[in-house]
Design a protein around this ligand. Structure first.
Ligand SMILES: [Fe+2]
Ligand SMILES: [Fe+2]
Length: 374
């Protein structure tokens, strides 16, 4: 490790950033060994945070000292509440309708697992992309431990389960019974994940290049990295609503099984997410604060590069992306109610408890009548 000033290391090897606290008691859920563990006082310790958490703090302090600019962020209040909200979810369970919630937890676990793709995002030659040096930054460590730690947290590593499996375990504890692979595939296909992975990667790249926002002179891989990180960061930030929602719902022992164990698993996952949010915000800010260098040698202010990409990701997340997930979840509710003679009544009561509902033409609006704008 190399230090700046007193004793704040800002250079790490990948092994150092992947190191976990020694001597923790493993977390075992329903016989499955999960990542993370408990210290001597019984407090949960997220995996791979021995050096990663102090490292991120050191990079943040260094960035702030060098630039004085605020870190890229978006307030959690920007995000609408989870759909279905707590009242709607509880109402469904009271009516004996659990499938939409099983589907919701399956979807969350699956999206978490997709986070592992971050380790495959091609990184351009980063030092060449910026006028200023990138030594001792989160940016310089993306391909040197940070992406890999993130991927392992989300999808598990070796014998230890990660978030994907932990959400599935929470679901199976709360709703008493594992959901088999066929059922999972059905849920995912209905919720819009059915064709994932089948697209031709070369064609997908051509389409992405055609839809670029930044000047063609800026390396495409750099734009793709920023886009990917912005999207993942927005999922991570909005997930904090999901955690609060899931912890409340799954700790209600009158409505779900497991005596609160499912909610405890979600609380461990939540604690693991903080380093993801922090390193992504830091690396995006470090890029924004630098000068981009195009292939031609032309210089571009980082604010004019990262800003529009961040705004586009935000608009997608709160706009089309949200509409898609609202529609997918409502479809799970109507499907679950389709066999019930009182289905129409239950659906109307479900809508009445929500803050948003669809119009007959399928467009969504707030229950106050205002349109869903961002
Ligand atoms: Fe996660
Ligand atoms: Fe995460």
């Amino acid at each position: 490790m190399t230090t700046v000033g007193e004793e704040v290391p800002v250079e790490y090897t990948a092994d150092e950033l992947l190191a976990s606290h020694p001597g923790t008691e493993p977390l075992i859920v329903g016989g499955v060994r999960c990542h993370g563990g408990f210290d001597q006082d019984g407090a949960y310790v997220p995996p791979r945070t021995l050096n990663r958490v102090p490292a991120i703090r050191a990079w943040q302090a260094k960035r702030l000292a060098e630039t004085g600019t605020p870190i890229l962020d978006v307030p959690l209040e920007t995000w609408p509440e989870h759909y279905p909200n707590l009242g709607q979810a509880r109402f469904l369970l009271e009516q004996g309708v659990s499938q939409p919630l099983v589907s919701t937890l399956t979807r969350i676990g699956t999206v978490e697992g997709f986070g592992a793709a971050i380790r495959h995002v091609p990184l351009p030659d980063l030092p060449r992309c910026f006028d200023e040096d990138i030594e001792g930054t989160a940016l310089a460590h993306l391909g040197q431990g940070l992406y890999e730690a993130h991927a392992r947290d989300e999808a598990g590593f070796e014998a230890a389960a990660g978030h994907q499996q932990m959400w599935f375990a929470a679901r199976d504890i709360a709703f008493e019974g594992p959901v088999d692979e066929v059922a999972v595939q059905g849920i995912l296909a209905r919720m819009g994940f059915g064709n994932r992975g089948s697209a031709d990667p070369a064609e997908a790249r051509r389409q992405a290049i055609a839809a670029r926002i930044l000047p063609a002179d800026v390396p495409y891989d750099l734009e793709a990295v920023i886009n990917f990180m912005a999207r993942v960061l927005l999922i991570e930030i909005s997930a904090f609503h999901t955690f609060a929602w899931a912890e409340s719902l799954l700790s209600d022992t009158a409505l779900v099984a497991g005596e609160g164990d499912a909610a405890r698993i979600v609380s461990y996952i939540r604690q693991d997410e903080t380093p993801h949010v922090e390193y992504l915000k830091t690396a995006l800010s470090e890029m924004r604060d630098r000068t981009f260098v195009g292939e031609s040698g032309r210089r571009y202010p980082g604010t004019e590069m990262v800003g529009p990409l961040w705004e586009a990701a935000l608009a997608q997340s709160l706009g089309a992306g949200r509409q898609q997930s609202l529609a997918a979840l409502l479809n799970e509710v109507t499907l679950a109610l389709s066999e019930r003679s009182d289905g129409a009544d239950i659906l109307e009561q479900f809508h009445a408890l929500g803050s948003v509902r669809p119009a007959p033409d399928g467009s969504w609006a707030k229950t106050t009548g205002e349109p869903l704008t961002y």
